[in-house]
Design a protein around this ligand. Structure first.
Ligand code: SF4
Ligand code: MG
Length: 340
């Protein structure tokens, strides 16, 4: 049995009448295994959310997918290339409504402020199943209970603004689960929450993933969260996946200079001495408009060498499922072993 979702050579381009096209995502290959969690990690603007939105075909009108495939292979249906579907087609709407759900950092982007959470979830259920309103409400209450909302029967009558941030997040998760999705896309779902609530929501998502047997694409800028939740990880920088692999491999033996720099910035007490020795990443991420011609990281890379600014490295296998896009790896060099 192959993967649930495969992104193959996927590029996403934004165009505007006055400016040159902007390549937001370039030639990305990703694999999402059934029932597993793939974390997409990187700084804001690196293309994580755009990639997620492409999977649901909810990109802005100015965005296009000039090349690549998004192959979705649920257990009980023929594989489909989402990249070829019309975003407004019935096929695509069915995928969005029944098979792939998304949750966001801000629950109010998926919850309506003027309806009770119970009514909103009931409506989702009635849209997808032949049930009476009474049966729908019972399912809603069961869902609210499952996501850990106390007093679910009464809370179903609450408006979103009457709930705390954590409970709102749980209500949004309940709504996302109401269609029994094959895949849940979570875009920074815990970023706005305090540390305790964040840990509780991560626990909940892990639990629900087990219960539902669904796969998860988890978007975050926080490597600490990746370690908590992911089976696989892909590190993005300026629209490129620069390194990807099993989360243990990547954390134990990060290969790409950008991944190493991200790791060194994890605030951990025991790393303090190490952190002081390591160079921080210099400068800020350039805009995709000013992406260096060769390796996208070359303008900030502390170990860049002769080909880096001119030639884009290809992904190289650095382990069983582990791939890294860097000339050092391609040439089997270690930083400092550069031959000029
Ligand atoms: Fe640094 Fe060159 Fe590797 Fe890019 S290809 S990460 S610039 S060493
Ligand atoms: Mg984002």
């Amino acid at each position: 049995e192959g993967p649930l979702l495969t992104l193959d050579d996927l590029s996403i381009v934004f165009s505007s009448p006055d400016e040159a096209d902007i390549v937001a995502v370039r030639q990305v290959d990703l694999t999402l295994r059934r029932g597993k969690t793939l974390a997409l990690v990187g700084e804001s603007g690196c293309g994580k959310s755009v990639t997620a939105r492409a999977i649901l075909r909810i990109l802005d009108k100015s965005a296009a997918i000039p090349s690549g495939q998004i192959i979705f292979s649920p257990d009980d249906a023929e594989p489909v290339d989402i990249a070829t579907l019309n975003p407004d087609s019935i096929a695509m709407r069915t995928i969005r409504g029944n098979r792939i759900s998304m949750i966001f950092q801000e629950p109010m982007s998926s919850l309506s402020p003027v309806h009770t959470i119970g009514d909103q979830i009931d409506e989702m259920i009635i849209l997808h199943e032949r049930v009476t309103p009474k049966q729908a409400r019972e399912r809603t209450i069961a869902l609210l209970d499952q996501v850990g909302i106390p007093g679910p029967r009464e809370r179903a009558d609450a408006y979103p603004f009457q709930l705390s941030g954590g409970l709102r997040q749980r209500a949004m998760i309940a709504m996302a689960l109401s269609c029994n999705p094959d895949l849940l896309i979570a875009d920074e779902p815990t970023t706005a929450l305090d540390v305790t609530t964040q840990a509780q929501i991560l626990d909940l998502l892990r639990q629900l993933q087990d219960d539902y047997g669904m796969a998860m694409l988890f978007i975050t800028h926080d490597l600490g969260v990746v370690a908590e939740i992911a089976d696989d990880v892909a590190v993005m920088y300026l629209g490129d996946v620069v390194e990807q692999g099993d989360v243990f491999d990547v954390f134990a033996t990060p290969q790409h200079p950008y991944t190493r720099a991200l790791m060194s910035s994890i605030p951990k007490m025991q790393r303090k001495a190490e952190r002081e020795r390591l160079q921080p990443i210099q400068g800020t991420v350039p805009s995709p408009k000013d992406r260096p011609q060769g390796c996208s990281f070359s303008s900030r890379c502390p170990v860049a060498f002769e080909p880096c600014a001119k030639v884009r490295p290809d992904p190289t296998r650095t382990g069983k499922q582990h791939r890294t896009r860097c000339h050092l790896i391609e040439r089997e060099l270690k930083p400092g072993e550069v031959i000029v």
